[in-house]
Design a protein around this ligand. Sequence first.
Ligand code: AMP
Ligand code: GLY
Length: 422
Amino acid sequence: MRILIVGSGGREHALAWKIFQSKLCDKIFCAPGNGGIEQIAECLPIPADDVSGLLDFARKEKIDLTVVGPERALELGIVDEFTKAGLKIFGPDKSAARLEASKVFSKELMAKYKVPTAAFKVFDSPDAAKKYIEAHGAPCVVKADGLAAGKGVVVAKTVDEARAAVTAMMEDKVFGEAGKRIIVEECLEGQEASILVITDSRQVLALASAQDHKRIFDNDQGANTGGMGAYSPAPVVTESILKTVMEKIIYPTLDGLAKEGIDYRGVLYAGIMLTKNGPQTLEFNVRFGDPETQAILPRLKSDLVEIMLATAVGKLSKIKKLDWEERASVCVVCAAGGYPGNYEKNKEIFGLEEAQRMKDVVVFHAGTKKAAGKILTGGGRVLGVTGLGNSIKEAINKAYAAVDKIKFEGMQYRRDIGKKAL
Ligand code: AMP
Ligand code: GLY
């Protein structure tokens, strides 16, 4: 099969790496890809959100399956366009992608179908939002309705902070149209976990659990990032918690969507807070997580292409279960100096080959590019270094031993990835 992957990050490198291992895969294209993906795929100068450019390419090149990494193309309706053209594609359609693209849609769906989530109120006027915040007090959480590159959520400890978030989103319009409507919600407490499932809206297969580390510094200090590392499995997600999440969150959400006439196909990612009142839904994403995917896929033994193809054609029920490695994995993200603010670029990366050669280590590229035979940094999150081990402890040691081999100017990474699981 000729397979097109859309995207350019560490998640897409992990997808390409796993797809490359499939007996069904003959050739991989990636739009636009990165310096690591280039080693196993033909990278194309088509941006990940250029739906018509991607469609033209897929038609011309007779692509058998397209796999969408980032949410933007899904929000823009890439799945609808490809399906209309008779092309197979893995991901939810535009109506289903609203689960991530509009937090108001997502929260209202949860409320309607009684999916546990923080109490909330929707506002389209800043004054009303501020009055509500003053009346209810802090802490509270302020969320922009639309996509904001993972930055649209402010967990406010004080009323002033919450008011400032409303001003930034609704009056200063820092996220543009995405902040036209906002949500103010109750602040939940507990451990977080990511539960991802693959579904064609009938069969639902859970992926191995994982936990992300969103803050830039050790011990969850500093600014929020796209994710500084992940591990899998997440020991907080016991069999019984997984069962509860499936029964109270995943199935009711898919059933609710079906009742609204929406057929969900692809990956559904539930961000969960394990509160003392049970698991609550923080958010839904309509795609694989980044960097969770770099921890999860190295543990998957089943053929990913077979799973994605079956999902795309609505025949996932022929796959009864997924096979997983017993071993644990830990992915440490190496980021550029300055990230998550303005970050440095074009720094040469050293030691990649030595790290890659290590047993039980996979180095995924996130923001890299190849120039004159060298690999240079090009994004905020540069690499995701995954180690596998018989325990989380062993996987941590593996991953950090590999990170020790890698150097580039300004490189920063957390020293405590996976520690919470010990
Ligand atoms: P989201 O993009 O909705 O996942 O939010 C990003 C992060 O904000 C989550 O991973 C949580 O750490 C935090 N968060 C979101 N909603 C809440 C909430 N209701 N209570 C506490 N923290 C939250
Ligand atoms: N790791 C968080 C996300 O992919 O949204």
